[in-house]
Design a protein around this ligand. Structure first.
Ligand code: ZN
Length: 169
């Protein structure tokens, strides 16, 4: 913990999002994890649960946003930062806009479905009524490595089209 406390805050929080991703891995889910932080405190956590819940919307970000709103008793996440190990997809990026999230920090780029920087720039598009400050690439190697390991170990015969592009680097 002493080492972790010496890390810059974004890396420190991202390490906790990576812990959530590791839990998803252990549960047989594509390993993506997220935490929502406000005023130096975690107010929501989420990890991918699509298989476990049989719900295609059960992405880490959506679950973390819902948990944070429940904790804070609000439908808006102004003043909050969401840390997620992989670039959000269009659904999740949209959810961050609707939640009026202040700041997003993500790890690995998702060249197949990334909707914040790669394919689209949801959250930085003036046509929507809210913009999100975005920081990318934090602990990206750790996040991408976890995804690579998952697809190598858990789904060796999976359709490669299903794998995030991070798997192909
Ligand atoms: Zn998503």
């Amino acid at each position: 913990m002493a080492l972790a406390s010496l890390l810059e805050p974004d890396r420190r929080w991202m390490r906790l999002a990576l812990k959530e991703a590791e839990r998803a891995f252990e549960e047989g889910e594509v390993p993506v994890g997220a935490v929502v932080v406000k005023d130096g405190v975690i107010v929501g956590r989420g990890r991918n649960a699509v298989e476990r819940l049989g719900d295609p919307t059960a992405h880490a970000e959506v679950l973390a946003v819902s948990a944070a709103c429940a904790t804070l008793g609000t439908k808006f996440l102004d003043g909050c930062t969401l840390y997620v190990t992989l670039e959000p997809c269009p659904m999740c990026a949209g959810a961050l806009v609707w939640a009026r999230l202040s700041r997003l920090v993500f790890g690995a780029l998702d060249e197949k479905a990334g909707a914040v920087e790669t394919l689209y720039r949801i959250g930085q598009d003036g046509r929507l009524n809210h913009r999100v400050e975005v920081v990318s690439g934090v602990e990206a190697e750790a996040a991408a490595g976890l995804l690579r390991a998952f697809f190598r170990e858990r789904r060796p015969d999976a359709d490669p089209e299903r794998a995030p592009r991070t798997d192909e680097r």
